[in-house]
Design a binder for this molecule. Structure first.
Ligand code: PLP
Length: 408
């Protein structure tokens, strides 16, 4: 009998919110087990909420948001986003250069589909937010991973980027602030990456969805503000800064020499029209959200939940023998290193599965972020400290005796 399989286009696609460890956690939940989930950056279930005025704005606008909008979005949202881009120092952005999306996710996919012919190369960080690699691969492109260096606070290794540029390379992706490492890139590194893009005539894609979730004295810089002469696409949205991931609203802005990207922009417009438009009630809140109180502002200051939880998890994890980590400076993720020799770890997915089975805590192995060595995992530190405490204690107890068993 005929069976229906997934497209082979999906064969090499890897994703952090799917996969064997997450599927196994789902199966265990169906059996009635309670799982502590530290695998997804979704603030609302952990008690983070949008500013009241943003919710009110959405409710007030539902009546008038029943129709499709312009495929790029309603005027008021795009004007507010263009002004926001100007406030970040990105010059020359008009409303026509702004596209809203059902989250940044939709726009990343759209950008990859519009750009890549089969075999075209795109430089993507390792570790990455895996949607970038997945969408580039689905579009027929080849994701070439450049290293972010843990020894250098997880900053991109600019020499590695340079070495990996070929005549098929079309673009460089940066994720700043970074998921999964929590790094915030300094201006010098961004300038060096911009120089490479300029020299080799590459597009810069900068995913800045965590730009307002920066801690300590770190300053976030948009790479596009340093490179007005390079064609850049800068992404952001409200999922994280306003803790409203479920409303599905993100955007991208084009900057730099747009006349040189005319053909590409035609492709973007075509794909943007094909999805008709993004969720209109969510577009209606963008102006208020960008002008008003930022939920994230309070969270990332000393005393704020994200800040305090970051401090807690960093100390609790690095106190466990065999675990080290770079302190994250932004977002709500930490990407610790595990001593593979000490625990005989050859397979990070197996480690995450073993930990899940024994302690009912869900972590994502480094592999889920296109990290090639079996020596990292990601923790989402959105849960309250009491839950983080439980997770860290469980990990410490588990590792006290864990030695990975290998198949003969
Ligand atoms: N980019 C990065 C780096 C992310 O971590 C995420 C979500 O976790 C996204 C994009 C997608 O965000 P959105 O909710 O806007 O689709």
């Amino acid at each position: 009998m005929r069976t229906f399989e997934k497209s082979s286009k999906l064969d090499n696609v890897l994703y952090d919110v799917r996969g064997p460890v997450v599927d196994e956690a789902g199966r265990m939940e169906e059996e009635g087990k309670e799982i502590l989930k530290l695998n997804i950056g979704n603030p609302y279930p952990f008690g983070f909420a949008a500013p009241e005025e943003v919710i009110r704005e959405m409710l007030d606008n539902v009546q008038v948001s029943q129709g499709y909008s312009d495929s790029r979005g309603i005027g008021s949202a795009r004007e507010a986003i263009a002004e926001y881009a100007a406030s970040l120092g990105i010059s020359g952005v008009t409303v026509n250069d702004v596209y809203t999306g059902n989250g940044v996710s939709e726009l990343i996919n759209l950008c990859m589909q519009a750009l890549l012919n089969n075999g075209d190369e795109i430089l993507i960080p390792a570790p990455d937010y895996p949607l970038w690699t997945a969408t580039a691969t689905l579009a027929g492109g080849k994701a070439v991973h450049y290293i972010c260096d843990e020894e250098a606070d997880w900053y991109p290794d600019v020499e590695d980027i340079r070495r990996k540029i070929t005549d098929r390379t079309k673009a460089i992706v940066i994720i700043n602030p970074n998921n999964p490492t929590g790094a915030v890139y300094p201006r010098e590194i961004l300038s060096q990456i911009a120089d490479l893009a300029r020299e080799h005539e590459l597009i810069l894609f900068s995913d800045e969805i965590y730009d307002r979730l920066v801690m300590d004295d770190c300053v976030h810089t948009s790479i596009a503000s340093l490179a007005p002469d390079v064609f850049c696409v800068t992404f952001s949205g409200l999922s994280k800064s306003h803790m409203i991931a479920g409303f599905r609203i993100g955007w991208m802005v084009l900057s730099g020499p747009k006349e040189r990207a005319r053909g590409y922009i035609e492709g973007l417009n075509m794909l943007s029209s094909m999805r008709l438009c993004s969720n209109v009630p969510a577009q209606a809140i963008v102006r208020t959200a960008l002008k008003g109180a930022q939920a994230s502002g309070e969270y990332v200051r000393p005393g704020g939940r994200v800040y305090e939880q970051r401090n807690y998890i960093y100390k609790a994890l690095t106190d466990i023998p065999g675990i080290t980590a770079v302190k994250p400076r932004a977002a709500f993720y930490i990407f610790p290193k595990i001593d593979t020799k000490r625990f005989h770890i050859r397979d990070d997915e197996q480690f995450a599965l073993d930990f899940l089975h024994e302690k009912q805590v869900l972590l994502v192995p480094g592999k889920g972020f296109n990290w090639q060595e079996p020596d990292h995992f990601r923790v989402v530190y959105l849960p309250e400290i009491s839950q983080l405490e439980q997770a860290a204690r469980s990990l410490g107890d588990f590792l006290a005796t864990y030695r990975q068993k290998w198949e003969a």
